[in-house]
Structure formats: structure tokens, C-alpha cells
Ligand binder design. Sequence first.
Ligand SMILES: NC(=O)c1ccc[n+]([C@@H]2O[C@H](COP(=O)([O-])OP(=O)(O)OC[C@H]3O[C@@H](n4cnc5c(N)ncnc54)[C@H](O)[C@@H]3O)[C@@H](O)[C@H]2O)c1
Length: 269
Amino acid sequence: MSGNVLVVIGAGGMGMAIARRCGKDSLVMLADIGEVSSALADEAYDVRTQQVDVSDLISVAALAKAAAELGPVQSVVHTAGLSPMQSPADRVIAVDLLGTAHVIDAFGPVIVAGGAAVVISSMAGHLTGGLPAADEAAIAAADAADLAALPCVRAAAAGDPGLAYAFAKAAVSALVRAAAQPWGRRGARINAISPGVIDTSMGKAELDGPSGGFMRTMVEVSGAGRLGTPDDIAAATEFLLSPNAAFITGADLLVDGGVVAAVRSGQLG
Ligand SMILES: NC(=O)c1ccc[n+]([C@@H]2O[C@H](COP(=O)([O-])OP(=O)(O)OC[C@H]3O[C@@H](n4cnc5c(N)ncnc54)[C@H](O)[C@@H]3O)[C@@H](O)[C@H]2O)c1
């Protein structure tokens, strides 16, 4: 046991797989708005749990403080999120976008030199072609507390949940790009991962929803031709947290089995 702390926010399908793969040699702080499974503690991981609502900056700041009191915060992985099938647009923005801004804001001051964070975004932000340059610049310049008032964020929160989700995830990647320099000044790195369709409860809910047929077609035409597993995302996270990724920061790694590649090269039919 190294004594280092790994914070995993969101203890759902991906969060548990990431904690299991990346937490063997760390003290793992698992945080979620809901109940956290005792599975890892039962498997002899050293686990602490804390309730957090990422849409509330005070709640996230309390989590960062509690994590720092446990030891050096070496790694932070943010997986908490809501999908368009689960929530209206305003909650998608509050949790997926503002929640990520809160995590970056609260953990920036506590991550140790040599540490790294991974934030889970989505291929949805890539499928819509990313943000207009003016929106990206406004999002990059805004404090977490001011983000909700930006006209582009307000418009997304008042619209369709699916479009709000794609906007939020494109904006999450923009937040990560904007954070890379200040985190770098403290000797830490931060990256995003954009998963494709992953076999978790959230992924299953989306596949069972109105966009499910389209999503299955995208998966069928992709290079991998299959759904992703939570461990596919955990493996990419393990790499980005490790010294092997020492020169990678501010990046957004697509881990989608080639869905975006197939769509953008016109292979969807
Ligand atoms: N599953 C997919 O197909 C897929 C694809 C692309 C991106 N993603 C993204 O990956 C991330 C992880 O998704 P997952 O598949 O593990 O989903 P999941 O539903 O299994 O886990 C998400 C977790 O976030 C928690 N959560 C929700 N709101 C919260 C809040 N306000 N504060 C704290 N915790 C909260 C939930 O309780 C849940 O445990 C999400 O950001 C999601 O948008 C998922």
C-alpha cells in the first residue's frame, strides 16, 4: 500500500471498474450521490466512502477536503453523470457540466505534484462536431460559479436533454483543455476520456430508449463492432493516470471502439 489516495467520483458501472483496476495500491475514496456498493471493501481494497452531489460546489469541496485529510491525493477520476434518458436538460447540465467544473475547481488545489485526474466525457460531444469557438472560449474563461449564467449554457439547459448531454460533454472536454495549464503549473495532469456505448446501467438505459436503434447501428458499423465494457474504460484510465502518460495532458481520448471514426468517415450508410 503506497498511502496515496485515489478518489473515484461516481460509483456506478465505470467508477467501480476504475476503482477495482486502479485502486489496488491506494487508499480509495469512493463518492456518489447514492449508496456505494461494499463490493470492493469485501475484496480487501482499502476503501472509504462519502456521499457527494457533484452539482453542489460545497458538497464537492467537502469531498476534496476529506480526501486530502486521508493522505496525498495522487489520482482523481470523475465518472458521476446523468444521461438524457435519466434526466431533463437542466439536470444534465447541472450534473454533467457544472459538476465537472466543481470537481476540477475543488481538486485542483489538493492534487499533489506528479498527480493526475481523468474526467469521463462522452463520444456524444464528438458526434455533434464539438463547440463553436466562441462558446469554447467563454467556457474556458468562466469560473465554475459563473458557468451556469453563460448564454450557451442557459440555452442548453432549456432545450432537449439529448442535445444538452452532447453540449455538456463537449464542454467537459473544453474544461479539461482549459485546466491543463494551471494544473501543469502545480506539476499535475488532467485528461478526459470520451467513451462510446458502454455496457453499464446507463448504457443499457440509452440502448432501451428512443435512440437505441441508432446507437446499435453505430456500434455495428464501428471498427470494434461491439459494446465497450467498463474495464475498457478502466484500462484507458489506468494508462492516463500512470507515468506512461507523463506527456499527455489536456487531451480527450476517444475510447469508443471506432464509432466516431466510422460516422465521420461516412460509413454509417
Ligand atoms: N455508459 C455509457 O454508455 C456511457 C457512454 C459515454 C459516456 N458515459 C459517461 O460515463 C460516466 C459514467 O457512466 P456509467 O456508465 O458508469 O453510469 P452509471 O449510471 O453506472 O454511473 C453513474 C454514477 O453517477 C452517480 N451520480 C449521478 N448523479 C450524481 C450526482 N449529482 N453526484 C454524484 N454522483 C452522481 C450515479 O449515482 C451513478 O452511480 C458518465 O459521465 C456518463 O455520462 C457513459
